[in-house]
Design a protein around this ligand. Sequence first.
Ligand SMILES: Cc1cc2nc3c(=O)[nH]c(=O)nc-3n(C[C@H](O)[C@H](O)[C@H](O)COP(=O)(O)O)c2cc1C
Length: 248
Amino acid sequence: MKILAVNGSPTTKKGMTHILLDLFLQGAAEAGAEVERFNVVDKKIKYCDGCFNCWVRTPGECIHKDDMPAILDQVAAADALILATPLYVDGMTAQMKTFVDRIIPLVEPEFEMVEGHYRHKSRISKIPGIFLMSVCGFWEADNFDGLVDHIKRICKNFQADYLGELLRPNSYILAMDDLFPKEVAAIHEGIRQAGREFVTNGQISETTMEAAVAQPIPKEPALQGSNMFWAECRKQKKFIFHHRDSAV
Ligand SMILES: Cc1cc2nc3c(=O)[nH]c(=O)nc-3n(C[C@H](O)[C@H](O)[C@H](O)COP(=O)(O)O)c2cc1C
């Protein structure tokens, strides 16, 4: 399986999205996947201008001369596209959406009716299936509902398969191995295992998913701990989460 993984977090290696994606891709590679990855912020990807030149004047080719044409070749060659984004105000980051909008040259302008709904035809044989990975600060899994719905709709829009999701709320637990070494190691292993199962079985088992999204700190104490953390950040006038300083 050829995987193209896209990280839409502006914090790149200092972020929880990176940790989640990295562990998953370790598992995927162990299971034999060929993995390519990039951070959206490391690439030059301009906003879509909405000019439709990529549909009519230069079909398949955008007017912008940036990194996107080469990335579209990678998208076209992939079996699976992983979109990894933190939850920002209940959706994907602006960086990730900028990337997704620029996939438009891979579809044709003409509509076709699919199960009673207008869809675009693909310009390539098939746009790869999309697997969603996300992290968020709040504790509850339902915070991802809007994002999951959006990605499923994007899949229908592009006539791509929706390949599933791995969603990690209470994201900062991923880097709290100093405070909860055993629990965090088990979460990390769950995420790695999810990557293996994704490649081997095309889906992630319930047991593995439970391990990956386990909540070692119950909801109320987690809220109090979080508020104490922010109080300290305010006192020091900086975001003092250690992973920000240690990530290379
Ligand atoms: C602009 C912004 C908006 C956010 N919106 C949400 C949100 O709606 N729900 C939520 O649970 N977390 C929200 N968060 C928290 C992030 O999802 C969380 O900090 C995550 O770990 C950030 O990803 P990163 O670690 O890769 O930088 C937001 C963070 C930022 C900076």
